[in-house]
Design a protein around this ligand. Structure first.
Ligand code: HEC
Length: 191
C-alpha cells in the first residue's frame, strides 16, 4: 500500500476512537531551505494534506528565522569560549515561545558528547530523528502526532557545523561534515 493511503487508513482508524500517538513517519531528503522536498527511495513523498502542508511551511519559515538568528548571534557576539553561547540565547527564546503557548521547539545534540543532558534526544520521535539526521544524511524527519483529539506535526531539522567559530567551544565538531544537532518542533496543525 502506498504510504499516503496508509496515512488515510490510519486517520480513519483514529476517528474511530484510536486517538493516541503517531500516524505515520515520513522521511524527507533535501534541505529545508529552498530545496524541494523529494521522496526518498524507500519512503513516500511528504504527506499531501493541505493542513499538514501549511504547518510544514510555518515550521520551515521558523527554522530559517532561528538558524539565521543563531548564526548571526554566534558570528557577531561570541568571540571567546567564556562568552554566553548562541545556544543559550536560542533556548531562552524557545522557552518563551512555549510559555506563550505557540509551540514547542527544542535544541538537541546528535553527537555522543552533548553538553547539557537536557539537549539529548528524549522520546521515540527524537531518537528516530537523531538516527536519520546523523547517520542517514537526511535533512529533516517528520511524524504526525495525535493527542487528546488534536493533531501536531513533529519535525526535526538538521544542524551542521556551519562556522569555524563552533569548534572554539565544541572541539569534537572539527572536520564533522554531518548533522551534529537538530531543532525538534512540535507544532499544532494549522487548520
Ligand atoms: C561560546 C561557546 C560556544 C560556541 C561558539 C558554540 N557553542 Fe554550541 N553550545 C555551547 C554551550 C555552552 C552549549 C550548552 C548550552 C545549553 O544547553 O544551555 C551548547 C550547545 C549546543 C548544542 C546542543 C547540544 C549540546 O551539546 O548541548 C548544539 C547542537 C550546538 N551547541 C551547536 C553549535 C554550533 C553549530 C555552533 C556554531 C554555529 C556552536 N554550537 C557554537 C557553547 C558554544
Amino acid at each position: 500500500m502506498r504510504p499516503q493511503a496508509v496515512a488515510r487508513g490510519r486517520e480513519e482508524e483514529m476517528t474511530k476512537g484510536m486517538k493516541r500517538k503517531i500516524v505515520m513517519a515520513v522521511a524527507m531528503v533535501g534541505g529545508l531551505a529552498g530545496v524541494t522536498l523529494a521522496a526518498s527511495a524507500e519512503n513516500a513523498a511528504p504527506i499531501k494534506d493541505p493542513e499538514i502542508e501549511r504547518t510544514r511551511q510555518h515550521i520551515k519559515m521558523l527554522d530559517d528565522v532561528f538558524k539565521t538568528a543563531v548564526v548571526l548571534i554566534d558570528e557577531t557576539y561570541v568571540k571567546h569560549p567564556s562568552d554566553p553561547s548562541a545556544a543559550s540565547a536560542a533556548k531562552a527564546l524557545f522557552a518563551a515561545m512555549k510559555k506563550n503557548g505557540w509551540y514547542d521547539v527544542r535544541l538537541i545534540g546528535l553527537t555522543d558528547k552533548v553538553g547539557d543532558p537536557d539537549d539529548e534526544p528524549k522520546d521515540a520521535f527524537e531518537k528516530t530523528a537523531a538516527k536519520r539526521l546523523r547517520g542517514g544524511g537526511e535533512q529533516a524527519y517528520e511524524e504526525i502526532l495525535e493527542k487528546d483529539g488534536k493533531r501536531y506535526l513533529r519535525m526535526a531539522t538538521g544542524i551542521p557545523v556551519v562556522s569555524e567559530n563552533c569548534v572554539m567551544c565544541h572541539a569534537h565538531f572539527k572536520g564533522d561534515k554531518g548533522n551534529i544537532g537538530a531543532l525538534s518542533y512540535t507544532m499544532p496543525v494549522v487548520k
